[in-house]
Ligand binder design. Sequence first.
Ligand code: SIN
Length: 336
Amino acid sequence: MDNQNKKKIRLVATGGTIASQARSRVSTEGYQASVISVEDLIAELPELNDIVEMSAEQIFLKPSSAITDEDLFHLSARVNELLASDECDGIVITHGTDTMEETAFFLNLTVNSPKPVVITGAMRPAHVISTDGLLNLYNAVCCAASDASHGMGVVISMNDLILSARDAVKFSSFKTDAFQAPLYGVLGTVRNANVTYCYKPLMRHTTTSEFAGAQYGKMPRVDVLYMLQGIDDMLFKAACEAGCKGIVSAGSGNGGVIGAIGKAYRDESEAGKDELPVLIRSTRVATGGVSDAYRMGNPKIIPSHDLNPHKAAILLRFALAKTNDPAEIKRIFEQY
Ligand code: SIN
């Protein structure tokens, strides 16, 4: 393919296992994390130049667990800046897998373009036998260069699958098929460089997101509380004292808010008071989400539907950056 007809794809590298150095060819864990630069990464894949006009930059180089709000807004601003230019047809982001679903969902809310944004990473470090990083990167570039990826929102491309940023969940802590979309399934596949989609996300994202292009200096504090049999309200009180504006409950079953925490919301509404933070009912169960069945008499208790606790926390922070009105927050959780 001559350069004129090739898509211009920008690789924005952030670190993670895909940028990590194995201690030996058979050592898949305990590696030197986030040390391989983007130049060294793409130097291993000269085949990319056969299919796209590739360019790359290192926006930061860190494990994904170290990524901050500031990093996310910086990344989002850079992605929007690149996509606004005719010199960029699509973006691939390399990222650690540990918090990839959070960054992907954050960008799904804030990217302001229908052009493809594809996030990928690796479960095995570079240079180990059967590393997955290079094929994941190659597939992600195929995905970003495909017209079919236009308007799909931010996607994760891992292990030959394409998943919506909204639905993707890290489901295994070590296997190469780590990412799944347990409730609604994957959007498509990348197979021998062929990108095939079967489904399209309908919930609001990117160009239809009211948060597209948002840049908030400081996001409201939101805490996630994991519900357990016999849990007391010690962490709940600590979160309130720390000034949290919202709580996400990783609830039992269909989003049960257990014991003293549930009672605090019931007591508040019975007393006609308005002091507690908004509480989003999510679930610690891996799939199925939560229904709107239990509002416990308090409009500040809002279901996350099928967003898991960490994605619900991101959406709640964006919602609270705009409004404190529970009806508006409920509307946002119904639309994203
Ligand atoms: C990380 O998330 O930065 C390390 C783990 C990984 O990339 O799989």
